[in-house]
Design a protein around this ligand. Structure first.
Ligand code: PMP
Length: 357
């Protein structure tokens, strides 16, 4: 292996916002079976660390273009975190005040991150689930004349994945086949936007959709009611709290409905949260790829697909965010703070600076 050098990007950026997207597709070298090629699209490379930076910038800039968002107007949104962090980054860079509503069950570092970016975070009781934080954001927008970002309903969500995420995938695979694309859903923006393009331009690619086993709301076949602006008006009966933050809210979002109506997926495979956690750990410890629970969960399903995939198949897995967002969650539950027996033994194998004198 030669000495590594770099060449720069050949440009300076006018704003942090110009660095959103163009995330790398990376080969998995150690933990995938040998008969297939597994790749991940690693969204942690976005400036605020997740796939939702794409949606955040598009929601704000589409609303600016169309005059729906006025200079200095407050933006409000309900979010489990990554959309809020993305919006906080975009609003900070553009100078809009931001209020986020969020159930108090989501990880504390997410709240603090948004506040660090200058946003206000209004917590809602976890007993009211996603629907509670959602109703709160809607009410706040109505009462105060704020701009509701509406990530679950807006066309700006899937559009940005059609125009960026999907284009990047096509460009990066070039003339190589892409046999499987594996993703979960939160709003459904990723699967609806990428699905549009793959169905048109890569009809041979099998799209594999996944959702938590204990919140299998798509598999249930029941679609919750929605109002005239496509917002959900009830919590989905098949929903139960699950550990895969950012996935499967307690309703079928309108943005996701497009993927369901047009069958933008070939298989729907449920995943157990602990499986996702286990694969997220292996991605970090054996590949050096540090992603959250949703990335690990899609990866778990990719490993299942790999079992029966033909020799030489190319499998692409979405990894939506960075694992750093999960330090206080079950992902890190059994990662010790104190030295383990093994670490103490290592320390004792040389004479100086031992903790126990
Ligand atoms: N994983 C994480 C961690 C997320 O925050 C999100 C977005 N809520 C997703 C996956 C799902 O992406 P999408 O909203 O495009 O379906």
């Amino acid at each position: 292996m030669g000495i590594r050098t770099t060449n720069g990007r050949g440009q300076v950026y006018h704003s942090i916002l110009d660095t959103v997207g163009d995330t790398p597709v990376i080969r998995i070298n150690r933990i995938a079976p040998d008969h297939v090629n597994v790749f991940v699209k690693f969204e942690a490379f976005n400036p605020a660390g997740s796939v939702k930076d794409r949606l955040a910038i598009n929601i704000i800039e589409a609303a600016e273009r169309e005059g729906r968002l006025k200079p200095g107007q407050t933006v409000v949104e309900a979010t489990s975190g990554n959309t809020g962090i993305g919006l906080a980054m975009v609003c900070a860079a553009k100078g809009y005040p931001l209020v986020i509503t969020m159930a108090d069950s989501f990880s504390v570092e997410r709240r603090r991150l948004m506040r660090f970016f200058g946003a206000k975070v209004v917590l809602t009781p976890r007993a009211l689930k996603g629907f509670g934080m959602y109703t709160k954001a809607k009410e706040l927008a109505e009462q105060n004349g704020w701009f509701l970002a509406s990530q679950f309903e807006t066309a700006d969500n899937a559009d940005i994945h059609q125009n960026t995420t999907a284009r990047e995938i096509l460009a990066d695979f070039g003339d190589d086949p892409l046999d499987y694309f594996v993703t979960g859903y939160g709003t459904g923006g990723t699967v609806s936007g990428v699905g549009r393009v793959l169905r048109q331009e890569r009809p041979d690619t099998k799209i594999i959709l996944t959702e938590p086993t204990n919140a299998a709301i798509v598999a249930s076949g029941y679609v919750n009611t929605r109002n005239e602006t496509n917002q959900p008006t009830e919590s989905h009966p098949a929903f139960q709290p699950h550990p895969i933050q950012g996935w499967t809210p307690d309703f079928v979002p309108f943005v996701l409905q497009e993927a369901l109506d047009n069958k933008y997926y070939d298989e729907l495979i449920p995943v157990e949260g602990p499986q996702g956690i286990a694969w997220s750990k292996r991605l970090a410890a054996e590949e050096g790829i540090f992603t959250g629970i949703s990335g690990g969960s899609s990866f778990a399903i990719a490993m299942k697909i790999a079992e029966t995939a033909p020799k030489g198949a190319n499998i692409l897995v979405m990894l939506p965010d960075t694992g750093e967002r999960y330090l206080s969650t079950p992902l890190f539950e059994d990662v010790p703070e104190e030295m383990t027996e093994e670490e103490i033994a290592i320390s004792r194998s040389s004479p100086t600076a031992q903790m126990d004198g």
